[in-house]
Design a protein around this ligand. Structure first.
Ligand SMILES: [Fe+2]
Length: 138
């Protein structure tokens, strides 16, 4: 019985993590185009690409647990987008992803934990990247 609870808990964390990754994936190309400074724009694109890779790892882990990855759900961008506001929200998402990947890795241990731990490491780096982006936006 304990094993079933563990799987269910991991599934819930991973499903939430997948939604966070989708949210970052879906807006990154458009937001990257809105940033005139090439160096920053490339960083934003890269965050989106990392999230594509993360979503793949998370969806695969859900499948290995015998679950079905949830259908992508995301909020549309506001019509008048404040970039700084957007990246403050993305910073929250990166922190949330770090927390979710870390907790799921802790539950799953050896089997899938290592790849999730790696995602958590990426999120630590992403947090620094997004903080840097925010500090450079006027
Ligand atoms: Fe991620």
């Amino acid at each position: 019985m304990k094993e079933m609870d563990t799987t269910k808990e991991a599934y819930e964390l991973l499903s939430q993590a997948l939604e966070v990754e989708y949210q970052i994936i879906v807006h990154s190309p458009q937001v990257a185009r809105m940033i005139p400074e090439k160096e920053l724009s490339v960083k934003v694109e890269q965050l989106g690409l990392d999230s594509v890779r993360h979503a793949d790892v998370v969806a695969n882990t859900i499948s290995k647990l015998g679950g079905v990855p949830p259908f992508p759900r995301f909020e549309p961008l506001p019509e008048l987008l404040d970039l700084k506001d957007f990246f403050r929200k993305q910073l929250d998402l990166e922190h949330l992803a770090l927390d979710l990947h870390t907790r799921a890795a802790g539950i799953l241990g050896e089997q899938s934990g290592q790849s999730l731990q790696q995602l958590a490491e990426d999120e630590r780096r992403h947090i620094k990247v997004v903080e840097d982006i925010i500090s450079r936006l006027t």
